[in-house]
Design a protein around this ligand. Structure first.
Ligand SMILES: C[S@@+](CC[C@H](N)C(=O)[O-])C[C@H]1O[C@@H](n2cnc3c(N)ncnc32)[C@H](O)[C@@H]1O
Length: 340
């Protein structure tokens, strides 16, 4: 079943097909108005955008639509792992440093979270007493320190550039890690694992219930007896979801780079469309990055895990292991298989 996300900006409506492997964006216009009106919208960058959705408009500007014979415009959207954040691992690493480089993060609570997340995953990897898989390992922020502590770990990701960077960093660190290209929506890797880690909101890159279930089932198939699934995702603050899509909010300052976020939220599909504006002294908005995240609410998460055959052994509100409560910023979960 296709999962369609419908959006409108001014007179232009379009659909994202979230179930497609490569997301397609189709813009529907009456044939005789299509190209002319769309081009005018792109050139003006103002009037139509004002009464529509500015974020959507900015996204459209970056796409290169192709018109078919019926006058509809089609645009290919990147699959999530090719999002600009992940095709530029150097930028990613400077914005999301590992614990060793965490001093560059200006905000104290964020800096503490960088340190705490590494300690948490390191501790859980040690407790597993066996081989560990980090799914969606990115550029190895956690994979490398876990390997350095003497644990056998495999890193898997769908982004070639993130994997290349992870391999180069592991070489420099002198650790031997197997990095594999795999899609967490459905994977088949050799051997079983005592623990499978999915850190850092990676699960939120799966937009549909079907993808989430497939991922959890693949994880289950790869767990050794008594194996555990360990992951963390945001617990969304409703005020943040309800923000005006045109308002920018400061989310992060790393070294001299500030990130401002403007985001719209589709409450039907539980998808956040996010635009990050990166600035540094003398270079306002030097990079604009758009990406999308699924919102998974706490009770929905329990149901998903249960349906996929997992029991939640612990759910914390932070990496420092405080209980999960209404005001917790994260959902940090440790799960085991509930049924064979
Ligand atoms: C936020 S990063 C997390 C990286 C790492 N786990 C960390 O905590 O630093 C999310 C990662 O998910 C990867 N990703 C996105 N979709 C994926 C998919 N379907 N299968 C595997 N990896 C995926 C991206 O390429 C990216 O490296």
């Amino acid at each position: 079943m296709p999962t369609l996300l419908r959006k409108r900006a001014g007179r232009i409506a379009w659909e994202f097909d979230l179930s497609a492997d490569k997301f397609t964006l189709m813009i529907f216009l009456r044939p005789n108005q299509a190209q002319r009106e769309f081009s005018a919208l792109l050139r003006s960058g103002s009037d139509d955008a004002k009464d529509g959705n500015k974020i959507a408009h900015e996204t459209l500007l970056k796409l290169r639509p192709r018109q078919d014979s019926a006058g509809s415009l089609h645009v290919k959207l990147r699959p999530m792992h090719e999002c600009p954040l992940y095709s530029d691992p150097e930028l990613y690493d400077s914005l999301f440093p590992d614990a060793r480089d965490s001093a560059s993060v200006q905000d104290e609570s964020r800096r503490e979270r960088v340190l705490a997340s590494e300690w948490f995953y390191l501790e859980e990897a040690r407790k597993s007493g066996g081989r560990v898989l980090e799914m969606a390992c990115g550029s190895g922020r956690l994979t490398i320190p876990i390997a350095q502590s003497g644990i056998e770990i495999v890193g898997a990701d769908l982004s070639k550039s993130m994997l290349d960077t992870a391999r180069a960093k592991a070489d420099r660190a002198g650790v031997d890690i197997q990095f594999l290209e795999a899609d967490m929506r459905s994977f088949d890797l050799p051997g079983k694992f005592a623990a499978i880690l999915i850190p850092g909101n990676s699960l939120l890159h799966l937009f549909t219930l079907e993808d989430l279930m497939q991922c959890l089932r693949s994880v289950r198939r790869h767990l050794a007896p008594n194996g555990r699934l360990i992951f963390d995702i945001s617990k969304w603050d409703l005020v943040r979801l309800a923000r005006d899509a045109e308002e920018r909010h400061l989310v992060l300052t790393v070294k001299d780079i500030t990130i401002e976020e403007a985001a719209s939220y589709d409450a039907a599909d539980q998808i956040r469309h996010i635009v990050w504006y990166l600035s540094k002294p003398g270079a306002v908005d030097f990079r604009v990055i758009d990406y999308t995240l699924r919102v998974i609410f706490p009770q929905e998460l329990l149901l998903l895990l249960d349906t996929a055959g997992f029991r939640v052994d612990a759910r914390y509100g932070e990496f420092t292991r405080e209980p999960f409560t209404s005001s917790s910023p994260r959902q940090v979960c440790i799960c085991s298989v509930s049924a064979p």
